[in-house]
Write a protein that binds this ligand. Sequence first.
Ligand code: XIL
Length: 376
Amino acid sequence: MKRFIVVLLSLGLVACAGVVNVKTIESEPSLWRAYKPYFRIGAAVDPQSLHTHADILVRHFNSVTPENEVKWEALQPKPDEFAYAAADELVKFARGHKMFVRGHALVWHRQTPEWVFKNNTGGPVDVQELRRRMKSHITQVMQHFGNKIDSWDVVNEAVMDDGKLRTDKEEKDDQKSPWFGVLGESYIADAFNYAHEASPRAKLFYNDYYNYIPARRDAIYQLLKQLRSKGVPVHGVGLQAHLNIRPSDDPQHQSFHQTIENLEKSIQLYASLGLEVQITELDVSVYIGGIKYNPQAFYTPLTFNPQIQAQQAERYRELFAMFRRNRAIISSVTFWGIADDNTWLSEFASGRKDFPLLFDINHKPKPAFFAVLDFK
Ligand code: XIL
C-alpha cells in the first residue's frame, strides 16, 4: 500500500511538472508580439539551435542573425569555393517562419581566411587583387541570398577605442585590419558601394561595439557623416551592445562609460544623420568590467542567485525602457543568442560561464524576461 501511494505520488509529481512545463511555455507572453509596435526582436542562431531552441525562437523572435555562418570564413573558406549549406538552412528556417534575417558580416578583420590577404606565392596581396576579391565576395554572397536577407552588416568594427580607424599596426594580432593595411581607409566606402551595386534594395549597415565610449561614438559619427556626405550608400548603424550587469568603477575600463545615457546619446546622434539604428548583438554579462575574477568566483547556475538575477533584470528593464522611448529610430533589437545554455560569452578558454540572456539554461524565462515585458 505504502509503495502504491509513493508511486501514485511520484506519478502525480511527474504529471504536474509536465503540465506546468507545457503551461509555462504556452502562457508565456511572446516577446516579438509584445514589441510589434516598437521594433523587431531578433536572436543570433547557429544550426544546432534550430533543433535545441526552436520553440523559444519561433515563439519569441521575429528576426534571426546567423551567428557565424554568413562570415567570410564560413562562406568562402577557399578561393572561389563557396559553402552555403549551413547559412541556407538557417535562412530557410527563418523565412519559413516569416522572420527577418540580418546578414553578418561581409567585411571584417576577423573570421576571414588568411588566403584573402595573400597572393599566389604567399606574399601580401596587392591593392587591385584585394579589391577584386572583396567585390567578388560581396557580389556573389549578396546575390546568392537575394531578398531573403534584408539587412547586411557590410563593414564590422573599423574603429578603435581611441576613435582612430583600425589599422594593420595594432598591438595585438587579432586587432589588426589587413583591409586597412592594403587598401587604406577607402575599403569602407568601396565595400558599401559594391554591396549596393550587388543588391540595390538591401539595407546596408555599419556595425561596431563600445559605442558608449565618447571617443568611439564621435569617431563612428564622423565616419558615417563623411560617408553619407560623399553619397556612399550607408542606410543604418548597428550597435553591438555586449553589455555588463553594471558599468565598471574603473575609469580606465571601457565599460566605465557603459551608462544608459551614453548609449542613448550614441543612438540619437547616429539617427541625426538620417540613419536607421539597430541593436545587433545584445547581451548583459553578469560579470563587471575591469574586475579580475578567479575561478572560484565564476558564477554557476547556483550562484547566479535571485539577487544577481534581479540586478540583471533591472539592467534589462532600464535598457528596454530606453530602447522603447527611441522606437522612432530603432528598427530592431537582436540578442546575441537565445538562452544561457548557448552563449558565446561562455566559450572563453578560462571556463568562465556567463548567464547573459533572457532564458536560462533550461530555457525558462528569467526575471530579465519579465522585466523586458514590463512596460510600466
Ligand atoms: C562571435 C560568435 O558568437 C562566436 O561563436 C565566434 O566564436 C566568434 O564570434 N562581435 C561580432 C560577432 O560582430 O560576430 C561575434 O560573434 C561577437 C562579437
